[in-house]
Design a binder for this molecule. Structure first.
Ligand code: GTP
Ligand code: MG
Length: 330
C-alpha cells in the first residue's frame, strides 16, 4: 500500500433486537428504518406474534439485522402468548445491541416484566422513549416513569445506556424524529464483521408467504372487534406465483364455532371487506395484482392447544430448568 493511500474502512455487521411492551412502536420503528411496511402495525396491543427480521445494508457502513419482537407481557403457559414472549426472549439471546423501547404512557409494573427478560441480555441495552411527539412524553408521569425504570433496572443489574444525565434516547418512530441519531449511536456499538446477508437488496429472511399471511392478519386486527382478532390465525393454503394473476388462498382459523359468523359477517360483507383491504396491501407488497381467496374454518381452541399451535407454525419452547419466563396468567 502507498503511504498516503486511504485505508479501506472495515465493514460492520451485527444484530439489534427491538424489545419492549406491546404497542410501544417496535414494528413502526422497524418499518421506518427500512423505509417500507414490512412488519404489520395496528393500534392494538400484541399485534406482532413472531419475530420479524429486517435487514438494513448501508454500503459504506455495513449491515444491521434488526429483529422486531412481539411485545413482552405476562403470558399464560402453554398457549400463543407464551410463544410470543418466547420469541422475544430468543431475540435477546445474542444480539450486538438491544433497543429497549418504552411508551410514555406505560407503568413501572408493566415495565418490570420487560426488565426481567432484559436481565438475560449480555449486550448493551439502549434506553429509548418512543412516541416523543406526544406532549405527554414530557409530562410529570412520563418523567417519573423514566426515573423509576432507570432505578429499577440498576437494582436488577441492567446497565441501561442513556444520554448524559440518564436521559433516554427520545425518538418518534411515527414521525421519524431522533431515529437517525439513534442509528448513529448504534453503529458505534456494532462490531466489524462479514455481512450475514450478502445481497444488499434482501430485506428479510422470511418468505413472501409469511408477509402475505401477516397482511391478512393486519386487516383482522383492524376490522374485527376488540378480542376476536386474537382468536384468529391465518394459514396460506395455496400460493401459486405462476398463475396469472398469482393465486393466493388462505384459511382464517377461529377457535369457536360462534366466531365463524362474526368473521364472515352479514351476507359475507365482513370477510369481503377484509379480503379486499388485505389484497390491496398484498399487491402493494408484491408489486402486482393478485387473486386472494379467504375461507373461515374452526380449529378448536387453537391458541391453547400445543398440537394446533405447532400445525400453525407456532412452536412452543422446550421447558428449561433455568427458565426465567414469567409464570403469571393474563
Ligand atoms: N404518536 C405516536 N404513535 C406511535 C409512534 N410509534 C408507533 N405509534 C403507534 O403506536 C401503535 C402501535 O405501534 P406498533 O408499531 O404496532 O407497536 P409494537 O410495539 O410493534 O406493538 P406489538 O406488536 O403489539 O408489540 C400504532 O398505532 C402506531 O401508529 C410514535 O412515535 N408516535
Ligand atoms: Mg409489533
Amino acid at each position: 500500500m502507498k503511504p498516503n493511500s486511504p485505508q479501506k474502512k472495515a465493514l460492520k455487521s451485527g444484530y439489534v433486537a427491538i424489545a419492549g411492551r406491546p404497542n410501544t412502536g417496535k414494528s413502526t420503528l422497524l418499518n421506518r428504518l427500512l423505509g417500507t411496511s414490512l412488519s404489520i402495525v395496528t393500534p392494538k396491543a400484541q399485534t406482532t406474534r413472531e419475530n420479524v427480521l429486517g435487514i438494513l445494508t448501508e454500503k459504506a457502513m455495513g449491515q444491521i439485522v434488526f429483529m422486531d419482537t412481539p411485545g413482552i407481557h405476562k403470558a399464560r403457559e402453554g398457549g400463543i402468548n407464551e410463544y410470543m414472549v418466547s420469541q422475544a426472549r430468543e431475540a435477546l439471546e445474542a444480539p450486538s445491541v438491544v433497543w429497549y423501547l418504552v411508551d410514555p404512557n406505560s407503568r413501572l409494573d408493566h415495565e418490570e416484566t420487560v426488565l426481567k427478560l432484559l436481565t438475560l441480555a449480555k449486550s448493551p441495552v439502549l434506553f429509548i422513549l418512543n412516541k416523543s411527539d406526544l406532549k405527554l412524553s414530557l409530562a410529570p408521569p412520563a418523567l417519573q416513569l423514566i426515573e423509576q425504570v432507570r432505578t429499577k433496572a440498576l437494582a436488577m443489574g441492567i446497565q441501561l445506556e442513556t444520554l448524559e444525565g440518564g436521559e433516554p434516547y427520545r425518538i418518534s418512530a411515527y414521525k421519524g424524529r431522533g431515529v437517525k441519531e439513534l442509528l448513529a449511536e448504534t453503529w458505534k456499538r456494532i462490531p466489524e464483521g462479514e455481512f450475514y446477508y450478502p445481497d444488499p437488496d434482501q430485506l428479510s429472511d422470511r418468505p413472501v408467504k409469511f408477509f402475505v399471511a401477516e397482511k391478512i392478519r393486519e386487516q383482522l386486527l383492524l376490522q374485527l372487534g376488540e378480542e376476536l382478532p386474537y382468536s384468529c390465525a391465518v394459514e396460506i393454503t395455496l400460493f401459486d406465483e405462476n398463475a396469472k394473476p398469482p393465486r393466493i388462498e388462505a384459511t382464517i382459523h377461529v377457535e369457536r364455532e360462534s366466531q365463524k359468523g362474526m368473521v364472515v359477517g352479514a351476507a359475507g360483507r365482513k370477510i369481503r371487506d377484509i379480503g379486499s383491504a388485505a389484497r390491496a396491501q398484498i399487491e402493494k407488497f408484491v408489486g402486482e395484482k393478485v387473486f386472494l381467496g379467504l375461507t373461515v374454518k374452526l380449529l378448536k381452541e387453537w391458541s391453547r392447544d400445543a398440537e394446533a399451535l405447532k400445525r400453525l407454525g407456532y412452536h412452543l419452547p422446550e421447558k428449561r430448568k433455568d427458565d426465567a419466563r414469567p409464570r403469571h396468567s393474563r
